[in-house]
Each structure stands twice: as C-alpha cells, then as structure tokens.
Write a protein that binds this ligand. Structure first.
Ligand SMILES: [Zn+2]
Length: 431
C-alpha cells in the first residue's frame, strides 16, 4: 500500500462530532478517522487544522474566465488562482469569450492554458456554446465540443429566443451533456441591471421584472417535460422561478437549478447610491426573493450554488449606472459571504458541502471528494472565526467588482488541495 503523503489532523467535519484526521496517499483519500493525537505519519506532510473545518473542495458550475479575448478582465491563470483561493477544485467556464467557445480549437486552447498555469488544478471544464457565436441561429457542433473536453452547453449571456431551436438543442444534447440555460425573456427589459420594483422606481432606473426570468423558466420546464430531456437553470434569482421549479420537481420533471451567493446575501437595496458594483444580471431582487431562495436551497428545490463569477475592469464599472457592465466577481468571496448565513442558522455547513461540492459535481459528472477511500483528495480548510476585509489586494481575481469591497467577512479559506496537491495556502502573518 502507498504510504500516506498528506495528512490533515485535528479538523472539524460538518455533520460529525469531535475532531477528525484525513489521511491521503498518491492524490487519493485513504481514510477519514477520529483524530488520534498520538498517530504519527513519518513520510507525510501533516497539516495541523487546529479545529478548522475540513470541507470537500467545491465545484463552481458557472464562471466567466474571459480568456480568450478579454484578458483585461480576467484570464484563465488568474481565474484559477481565485478558484484555488476560494476553495474550489472544479470550475466550469462559460462560452461567451472572444472568439466564442463554439469549436474545438477554442476548447483546446482553454484547456492548454489551464494546464500550463495550474498543472495540479483547480481543474477547468469548459462549457461549449449552445449556438454558433451565441447568435441563437444555428446549433454549435456539440459532439465536437464534447470530444474536445466540454462538459456542458450553454448560451449564457445571450438567452435563446427561438423556442424551436432551443427544443432541438435539448433533444440533441440529451444524450451528450447538460444544457445550462440563462433564463431571461430576451425581449423584456433586455440587459437591465436593476429589479423592477420599489427600488428601481425610487432611483429612476429601468428595471427588469422577475416575470422576465420566470417566463423563460416556465418555457424550459415545459420543454424538458415534453421532451423528457434535462435542463439546468442558471442563477435563479426570484421567488416566482422557485415556485415554478418546485411544482416541476413535484411532477418529476428533469430539471435542476442553481442560485448564487449574491442572491442569498444581498437585495436591490445595494443599488442605493447607484452602486454599479451591485449591477448584475439577473438583478439583485427583494428580501422576499432572497428568503425564498435560501429555503429552496435548503430543501433541494434549488440543487446547487454557483458563483456566476463575472469579472470586469475598473473602467467598466466606473460609469453611469446604465452604462456599467453587469456582473459581480465571486470566486474569492463565495464561502466567506455565505458563512454569514451559516452563523445566522439559515444554512448549515452540510448544506454548503451538499450544494456547492457534491451535487454540482454529480450533475456535471465531475470528480469529487466525499472523504471515502479512493476519492480524489480534493478538500479545503476553512477558518470560521477568521475575519478579513475584502480589498482589491485580498482578491486573487483580476476583477475587483463586488459590492463587498471594503466590507469585513468572517470565515476564510486557508488551504485548498486538489488530487492531494496543495494549490493554495493562506500566508500567515509572521510565517
Ligand atoms: Zn447568465
């Protein structure tokens, strides 16, 4: 048997009492066993967790890493740096690059860049375009994209208006890989970055109603049921959509759904003062929507968390509100911002493991760690007591566009390992 080469000792584990020791060898889990202070592992690197939480490394099913074509916002190297620092082992990256990832040469370029910059992970899994150039006119070559390494298909950023085309996409993709849909009626308040409601009226901003999202959610559910073909609903932001998904799941529809940390922790009140950092699509909605999403996530109506990490450069946000780009950078702050909800008792650490690590890896058929023997040694250590201030310097992403800038978060990822390789370690003061 391969001797242990990496050990995490004295860790807390969600859902289990006491302290635990994780023993790994050759990139895999050997065992997770009750902590024994007398145990010795002479050939291993032993990481003393000192009671920090040991979590499975997470899978982010929704990021925009901007390479090729918009490297001033982010590139694959900096995006994966942020992923490692955020506690992620698997990252799906969307196809709205320039050129669009609608052919195998772009997919292969993305994978090459990832393996050059981060040969030991986090692992990059490109999402292929659903339609050529994301133009919504002609299907992309899905089998070619799949063979090159794509794990899902999406027109994210450019919702498909043509229902007949979208139906064929679902039919064709059903035997290949999941389709991820950005649900937004493409005619109703296109591109608006504010929820239509009291706040948009007060600020005099053009708003996008939650109905624009729910209309497309309803369409996708009906098609998925009619065709018996799965669909994954991206970044659900409102109660209306949650209710449609809950009904669909009661009927057994082949539908899965995600929401993002910012929809669980912020509302459109963040737009006050025309803060372009809070401009995102779908827009931040009301507190009623936020509470509905938290409950849906706990109950599994919403299957997974994903960041919709959407980095932009400073000059793309330092504009009048209507001109600012939509998007919030999310990989660096995901766990720290969600931890506020854990402290309030609205989510549990087990919810985070289930919804941000295990379930997304299941949906997209990716390697993941449940701490069983033979699982890939993909984990992170999280210090739930450590407070830190979100500053441009603490974000490893090139994108500094988050309403959390200047705020203090309690809870921080201190170490991330992928396949037993430590890919991130927070430098300790004085160390
Ligand atoms: Zn989207």
């Amino acid at each position: 048997m391969t001797p242990p080469d990496l050990v995490v000792a004295d860790a807390a584990v969600p859902g289990r009492d006491g302290r635990w020791t994780l023993v790994c060898a050759a990139g895999q889990v050997l065992e997770l066993s009750p902590h024994d202070p007398a145990a010795r592992f002479p050939e291993a690197r032993v990481i003393e967790a000192k009671g920090q939480l040991l979590l499975p490394a997470m899978t982010d099913a929704h990021t925009h890493l901007r390479e090729p074509g918009q490297e001033w916002k982010e590139d694959i190297a900096s995006g994966l740096a942020a992923a490692a620092g955020g506690g992620f082992s698997n990252i799906l990256c969307m196809a709205n690059t320039d050129p669009v990832n609608d052919n195998e040469s772009v997919t292969r370029l993305m994978l090459r860049r990832a393996s050059e910059a981060w040969p030991h992970g986090p692992r990059l899994f490109p999402v292929g375009a659903l339609t050529m150039g994301l133009a919504g006119k002609q299907l992309a070559p899905m089998e070619e994209l799949l063979a090159a390494g794509c794990v899902a298909f999406s027109n994210d950023g450019e919702p498909v208006a043509d229902t007949e085309l979208f139906r064929h996409a679902l039919e064709y993709a059903a035997d290949l890989a999941p389709v991820i849909d950005h649900c937004e009626d493409p005619y109703m308040a296109k591109g608006a970055g504010a929820n239509e409601g009291v706040m948009s009226a007060r600020l005099g901003l053009r708003g996008q109603p939650d109905v624009a999202e729910a209309l497309q959610v309803a369409r996708d559910i009906l098609l998925a049921e009619y065709l018996n073909a799965p669909v994954h609903l991206a970044h659900v932001s409102c109660r209306r959509a949650v209710e449609l998904i809950a009904d669909a799941k009661r009927r057994g529809a082949p539908v899965t759904a995600e929401t993002c940390p910012h929809y669980l922790t912020m509302t459109d009140a963040a737009l006050f003062g025309y803060d372009t950092m809070a401009k995102v699509n779908p827009p931040l909605r009301t507190d009623d929507d936020r509470l509905a999403l938290i409950q849906a996530l706990r109950e599994g109506v919403i299957d997974i968390l994903a960041t919709d990490h959407a980095p932009h450069a400073a000059h793309e946000k330092e504009t009048p509100f209507e001109d600012a780009k939509n998007g919030i950078t999310g990989l660096d702050t995901a766990l720290g911002s969600l931890w506020e909800l854990v402290r309030l008792g609205q989510l549990s650490a087990e919810d985070i493991a289930q919804r941000f690590a295990w379930r997304p890896a299941e949906i997209f058929r990716l390697p993941h760690c449940r701490f069983a023997p033979g699982d890939p040694a993909d984990f992170c250590l999280f210090d739930p007591e450590q407070s830190w201030v979100v500053t441009p310097e603490t974000l490893r992403s090139k994108g500094k566009n988050t309403p959390l800038l200047g705020q203090s978060l309690t809870g921080r990822v201190t170490l991330t390992a992928v396949n037993g390789h430590v890919v991130y370690e927070l430098a300790r003061a004085g160390a």
